[in-house]
Write a protein that binds this ligand. Structure first.
Ligand SMILES: [Zn+2]
Length: 501
């Protein structure tokens, strides 16, 4: 059922991404083969337990506010529609570039396609499939379409109206791509062939529309809007080489339900995620929280009165991770520490060895090229929403009725906490906060993550007021209560000891 328009407006607003990064052209890069990984997997034992089944995940939360994006497991379908204005045109070569960029083998791109990336990042649990549809002709120039920006409508409104009212040629495709039969095409991508121009709507974003679902002719709920030129860091993409899918991968992550973790607010220096991951600065693998929230990771939960020593394999290759919070609700939507073992392998490999240059030229642009642990403080507690995007308060589970979202954000302007906890908490409580091995919160003063952020052999962690607004306690008031000590960090795995304090 469609929710009221009054409710829809604030929640379904445009998600504009600061995907301003152009890519360094790498045409002759050969990734090193990952070192074969020891099949070590700790059995359950005193003080820890492996979890693989969860009652709900981030996608179920998004559906409560009518955000039906791309399913995160199994076969998921993207319908890619090239859009042609009177003033612009496609060629067969350009159409092949977007086919390869979305669905090609990794070897057909300069790094990965959208499909090959998510196949690896999800530990082979998400298979993105689809096709490039026939070109959709729009009976106006791209500048005429963009004029609707002046009345508050985004430029692609014209495209979407054309696609859904006058393009019966596509009706069979629309049915084919509603694979779960809910009246919505699983996800649609509109790619325009003209250049990138953020000032008149020619940019990359994901939009959640408030179209009514229809089983007769399925409509779009989630769609991605992007330029052909995002496949090229320098405004060209040569056939067979140099197809750069970083931006398309990032945007497809939004279709899966992931939020941006970088700092949107220009008055805030503090970029809590540190930048080095796909949903911050567009590079490398997804972080382990994103993977957990989408149902790809099977974490160990540590709760002990003494000490537990574990070995984790690289999160670039396996879903190994550790959750800490003695009152955990057994779901990704809660507050906890999550620990992963990072290695520059898999989807981190190329971006750990080649700088990916942001247009701004000032921010971090290369993944860590060393092994070590990443410890995140996650606050993904859910809040119940009222109309107009204000929240009533926390819920500890996902009730079957009502509208819910993650309350905290890394950007205060996007937090829901202010409406019931006050503005200071909206600033202090971060959604995805990467903790730093030197014990000093350098991100708070404008620094970004680097190799020295990682926890390596001999380093340790205890919660302090440097990183936690409530000192040694979680935002929920409970003691974090553990000390973490790092042992050997080999390519095959890293050792970690968790001790009750
Ligand atoms: Zn984004």
């Amino acid at each position: 059922m469609k929710k009221s328009l009054l409710f829809s407006i604030p929640l379904l607003s445009l998600v504009l991404c600061g995907c301003t990064w152009g890519g360094t052209r790498v045409t002759d890069y050969t990734p090193t083969e990952p070192t074969p990984v020891d099949p070590f997997q700790p059995d359950e034992g005193d003080g820890y337990k492996k979890y693989s089944e969860f009652a709900y995940n981030l996608q179920d939360v998004k559906k409560t506010t009518d955000q039906y994006g791309l399913p995160s497991k199994g076969d998921s379908y993207l319908l890619v529609v090239p859009v042609q204005f009177k003033s612009t045109s496609w060629t067969d070569v350009k159409l092949e570039v977007i086919r390869r960029g979305f669905f090609g083998k990794a070897s057909e791109t300069s790094w990965q396609s959208v499909a090959s990336y998510y196949e690896e990042s999800s530990y082979k649990q998400l298979h993105i499939k689809g096709e490039v549809a026939p070109v959709l002709d729009i009976p106006m120039s791209h500048l005429e379409a963009s004029q609707h920006l002046s009345d508050g409508s985004p430029a692609p409104d014209e495209v979407v109206v054309e696609y859904f009212t006058n393009s019966s040629d596509y009706d069979e495709l629309k049915k084919k791509y509603d694979t779960d039969g809910d009246g919505y095409i699983d996800s649609v991508v509109f790619v325009y062939p003209n250049g990138i121009n953020p000032d008149n709507g020619y940019w990359a974003w994901v939009y959640w529309s408030n179209n009514e679902p229809s089983k007769e002719v399925p409509t779009a709920n989630a769609y991605l809007w992007m330029s052909y030129y995002f496949f090229s860091g320098s405004n060209y993409a040569a056939y067979g080489a140099g197809i750069d899918s970083h931006t398309a991968i990032h945007e497809t992550g939004h279709l899966l339900g992931l939020d941006d973790y970088y700092q949107y607010d220009s008055d805030q220096k503090f970029d809590p995620s540190g930048g080095l991951e796909m949903h911050s600065y567009n590079i490398g693998d997804e972080n382990i929280y994103s993977k957990f929230a989408l149902g790809w990771a099977d974490p160990y939960y540590v709760k002990t009165n003494s000490s537990v020593k574990l070995k984790l394999r690289s999160s670039a290759l396996y879903g190994d991770s550790i959750i800490i919070n003695d009152s955990w609700n057994e779901n990704s939507m809660d507050e906890y520490l999550i620990i992963e073992y990072y290695t520059p392998q898999g989807m981190n490999d190329l971006d750990a060895h080649e700088s990916y240059k942001p247009n701004a030229g000032t921010k971090a642009s290369r993944m860590y090229n060393t092994n070590g642990f990443r410890i995140y403080h996650i606050d993904s507690r859910l809040v119940e929403l009222e109309i107009r995007g204000t929240a009533k308060g926390y819920v500890n589970d996902l009730p079957s009725e009502g509208y819910f979202t993650v309350g905290a954000s890394n950007s205060p302007s996007r937090s829901y906490l202010g409406s019931f906890l006050g503005q200071q908490k909206a600033i202090d409580y971060k959604y995805v906060h990467l903790l730093e091995s030197n014990g000093i919160n350098t991100f708070k003063t404008g620094s970004f993550a680097s190799n020295k952020t990682l926890f390596k052999q001999g380093s340790s962690f205890v919660a302090t007021s440097e990183f936690f607004p409530n000192g040694s306690r979680f935002n929920n008031g409970n003691e974090v209560g553990y000390r973490i000590d790092i042992g050997e960090c080999l390519d095959t795995g890293g050792e970690i000891t968790i001790t009750k304090i």
